[in-house]
Design a protein around this ligand. Structure first.
Ligand code: TXA
Ligand code: MG
Length: 344
């Protein structure tokens, strides 16, 4: 199969992408968070192609992408008032809501759950494609399962060239980490995955929020969890990733004294001079966590190289978008964290 690259500035792109979706094909779509691997979410054969292309475990449900908040009612039922309030505040945008599913949503999309995840992405071209297709687009992040997510069309081409019908090139993704997922079937709502909409923003609207344990800790593969995707090792380059926590100076002292040939250091721009000679790679500035979220997956993909032995990583602290960056980096490190403050 020849994978077509559809440019964002062509008037034909939305029509071509929508036609492929309607005919049961696979199209990678740009969103403000990461690129998605899209198919008609109501067509089981099309959805099966997503799982095959990604090598995705069958028990991991997909998000349905819709073009406006009103479409929620086509696919969800018993919708609480809070869902409408969140949609008014954050859609289109990087928020996914888990709600009871209507029977028109096939079991392969929900992985047999009684709920479905829905999101209205903040990318005009992708919303236009959904509208023209006339069906919701089921789309996981477009990476091969387990690998760092795709934030450019080139990342998608690298993972899927010759295996999907087309890639819509909408340029680099603005947010860079996936959407925030909130389960609204519980009261108070439960945060299943931090992302572009911060916990602080959610609490300001909802008043209260439970944080699922899968957000902050390693989950057993056999565990019963709310968001099945959160239990798998994820976002990870091939080699071991170790987070080194603590002050700039203490972390640098620890890393420099453990560094061996073949190791790399993933750090903040401000720290580059501290790691001269240790092959450092910056993923953004610590002073502006949005640059870290935008740069994280590109950096992790660059470090996904068999010649690398180990990656020592620096992780931002605190809330806001830094909270989502911490979550992705800790999962990439399988929660392997060393506190340099305790090292003497
Ligand atoms: O930003 C995003 O959300 C991107 C873009 C493409 O929209 N999509 C994305 O999809 O990150 P994916 O498949 O990589 O991650 C979706 C997560 C998985 O952890 C999955 O288990 C969870 O959402 N999920 C999907 N449906 C669910 C449901 N009904 N209940 C609980 N979790 C669900
Ligand atoms: Mg993913």
């Amino acid at each position: 199969m020849n994978t077509r690259i559809l440019p964002a500035d062509s008037a034909e792109t939305a029509k071509t992408a929508a036609a492929i979706i309607r005919s049961g094909g696979l199209v990678a779509i740009p969103t403000e968070t990461v690129y998605g691997l899209g198919a008609n979410g109501l067509n089981p054969e099309a959805v099966a192609k997503i799982f095959a292309a990604k090598g995705r475990p069958q028990d991991n449900p997909l998000i349905l992408h819709i073009s406006c908040a009103e479409e929620m009612e086509r696919f969800c039922q018993q919708i609480p008032q809070s869902a409408y309030t969140l949609a008014r505040h954050f859609w289109p945008g990087p928020l996914t809501m888990v709600l009871p599913a209507k029977s028109c949503v096939p079991a392969c999309t929900t992985a047999g759950l009684s709920t479905v995840a829905v999101r209205c992405p903040d990318h005009p071209l992708t919303r236009q494609i959904i509208e023209l297709a006339g069906v919701p687009i089921a789309a996981p992040s477009a990476n091969i399962s387990g690998k760092p997510s795709t934030t450019t069309a080139q990342h998608v081409l690298h993972d899927h060239d010759g295996r999907i019908d087309a890639i819509v090139d909408g340029g680099p993704c603005r947010v860079g980490v996936e959407s925030t997922i909130v389960d609204l079937t519980e009261d108070p709502p439960r945060l299943l995955r931090p992302g572009g909409i911060t916990p602080e923003q959610l609490i300001a609207v909802l008043g209260d929020l439970t944080v699922d344990k899968a957000v902050t800790a390693q989950i057993d593969r056999d565990a019963v969890v709310k968001a099945p995707g959160m239990k798998y090792r994820h976002y990870a380059p091939a080699c071991q990733v170790v987070i080194v926590a603590g002050s700039r100076e203490k972390a640098a002292r620890y890393i420099r004294s453990h560094w061996e040939t073949g190791d790399r250091v993933l750090c903040f721009e401000e720290e580059l001079p501290l790691y001269e000679g240790c092959c450092p790679l910056s993923y953004g500035t610590e002073a502006d966590a949005a640059t870290l979220s935008a740069g994280l997956f590109s950096a992790l993909r660059e470090l996904d190289d068999p010649s690398i032995r180990r990656v020592y990583a620096r992780c931002p602290v605190g809330g806001g978008i830094a909270y989502a960056v911490q979550n992705r980096l800790k999962k990439a490190a399988a929660f392997h964290i060393i506190n340099a403050e305790e090292w003497v």
